[in-house]
Design a protein around this ligand. Structure first.
Ligand SMILES: *Cc1c(COP(=O)(O)O)cnc(C)c1O
Length: 236
């Protein structure tokens, strides 16, 4: 094994142990939680190593980095998630490789994703990104009051499949420093959405610093970058 493979294997084992312990503490089965490794800023070589170590879900947040990486890894059995703020002019490219877009947050984006998914002849999974800091963070997201309407829009759009909800723990507002409360709020919103859309049962919450709180709240997917790959060399 190369040094990097050793390092990634050891980090993955630690993350796996954390997820397992969090599931046990919450009385949940380990299979209820899917690990999505956020590979942003790291090279395609790392994605290849991770795939060899059994990772099946990876996520990226910038199309200009993700598109060449996904192309270089097209032979691997990976599900690609897009987790960044998405401009409509990048939608055609993203639809070319993403299996799930976790950052759907406005009607214009739904229209653009639908058009390109139909054009590409594919069905694209969509999570609504919910902003629990009421517009302060600038990281995108639909406010809770807009979730049901946007969910209906995605569910009715050709080429799109409504898979569920996603959030990033807020740094400001009433949920600042209260990750578990934020994730529980997301779960409540998920319960509402599932009344009309029972199959939309994905709940993506929790990152390296707060995956335990997300698992405790009921998340089905955790998005972990730093704890697997290391501290990122630049902002991303
Ligand atoms: C970068 C990123 C993550 C992973 O964050 P870490 O703290 O590195 O685990 C998760 N979700 C989103 C949306 C991200 O942009």
């Amino acid at each position: 094994m190369t040094d990097r493979k050793h390092e990634l294997a050891a980090n993955l084992a630690k993350v796996e142990e954390r997820i397992g312990a969090a599931c046990a503490a919450a009385g949940r089965g380990r299979e209820e939680v899917t690990l999505v490794v956020v590979t942003k800023t790291y090279p395609a070589d790392d994605v290849r190593i991770l795939s060899g170590l059994g990772v099946r879900h990876v996520a990226e947040n910038r199309d200009q980095d993700a598109a060449p990486k996904a192309a270089a890894c097209a032979d691997l059995p990976l599900t690609w998630h897009f987790v960044g703020q998405l401009q409509t002019n990048k939608v055609r490219s993203v639809v070319g490789y993403a299996d799930v877009v976790q950052s759907v947050d406005r009607p214009r984006l739904v229209t653009a994703l639908s058009k390109e998914a139909v054009r590409a002849g594919r069905e694209l999974g969509c999570l609504l990104q919910v902003a629990l800091d009421e517009g302060e963070g600038g990281r995108g997201g639909v406010p809770p009051a807009g979730v049901e309407e946007l969910a209906d829009l995605v569910a009715g759009a050709d080429g799109l499949r409504l898979d569920g909800l996603m959030t990033v723990a807020p740094l400001t507002g009433e949920y600042a420093g209260r990750q578990q409360a934020a994730f529980e709020r997301l779960m409540d919103l998920s319960t509402c959405v599932r009344r009309a859309h029972p199959a939309a049962n994905m709940v993506s919450a929790g990152m390296s610093a707060d995956l335990e709180q997300a698992v405790a709240a009921g998340a089905t997917h955790v998005r972990v970058g730093t704890a697997v790959l290391g501290v990122r060399p630049r902002l991303g």
